[in-house]
Design a protein around this ligand. Structure first.
Ligand SMILES: CC(C)(COP(=O)(O)OP(=O)(O)OC[C@H]1O[C@@H](n2cnc3c(N)ncnc32)[C@H](O)[C@@H]1OP(=O)(O)O)[C@@H](O)C(=O)NCCC(=O)NCCS
Length: 184
């Protein structure tokens, strides 16, 4: 089961268009969880090299949009196809973010997650820490969002597998296809 995470800007124009359609359908299907954004936002993210696609046997199974923000990598959207969940695709995407964060010398991965989402169990399971909460975008909404953070772990990316902690090892997956040009 070869799981691969691709930086979308490295793909062919046709594959980039397919990726945008995939992201758009995912965010439309579960807008309540990931937040709806226009397709143009994905095009912009590709130009800025901040969109990842996860594939399994070349089948698109998930995506992630992120941004380098105040020295951290902020995860804006992460989504795995409902039929492809709980089989390590989410972990593979987070490991790819550690690779990018290491290359860019970022300190933390961080994100806000609606408190009612099962995804909170995912962040906890892969070792993120809950460091606070805030109200959702609508002040009248009772839905809070939880802040999750995880220190960027260069040891996940650079060190031989046997030298990483058991927790860090749980995130390790081969990721030969993630390509981020130097200095980007
Ligand atoms: C959150 C999401 C990206 C996780 O992706 P995934 O591919 O299912 O996650 P993985 O298979 O890599 O799971 C990694 C770990 O998290 C745990 N986990 C993931 N989803 C879980 C859930 N719903 N309940 C409990 N544990 C969960 C897994 O059991 C696994 O832990 P383990 O190895 O100790 O068993 C995916 O569920 C998703 O796209 N959800 C809908 C969109 C969403 O909510 N996005 C996040 C908004 S903040």
């Amino acid at each position: 089961m070869p799981i691969e995470v691709h930086a979308v800007h490295t793909l062919t124009p046709n594959a980039q268009a397919d990726a945008i359609a995939f992201c758009g359908s995912g965010s439309k299907l579960e807008a309540y969880k990931v937040g709806w954004i226009p397709l143009a936002a994905y095009t912009g993210a590709i130009k800025q090299r901040r969109l990842l696609i996860c594939t399994n046997n070349d089948d698109k199974v998930g995506f992630c949009m992120w941004r380098h923000s105040y020295g951290d990598l902020a995860i804006y959207q992460i989504w795995v196809r409902p039929d492809a969940r709980l089989i390590l695709h989410g972990r593979a995407i987070v490991l790819a973010l550690h690779t990018i964060g290491t290359q860019r010398r970022a300190r933390l991965l961080r994100l806000w997650c609606g408190e009612d989402l099962a995804a909170n169990l995912f962040w906890e399971a892969i070792g993120f820490e809950n460091n606070g909460w805030r109200h959702g975008p609508k002040r009248t909404s009772t839905r809070r969002h939880l802040l999750w953070t995880q220190r960027i772990m260069p040891e996940l990316v650079a060190r031989p597998r046997e030298s990483v902690s058991p927790h860090a090892e749980s995130l390790l997956l081969p990721n030969p296809h993630l390509t981020t040009p130097p200095g980007s």
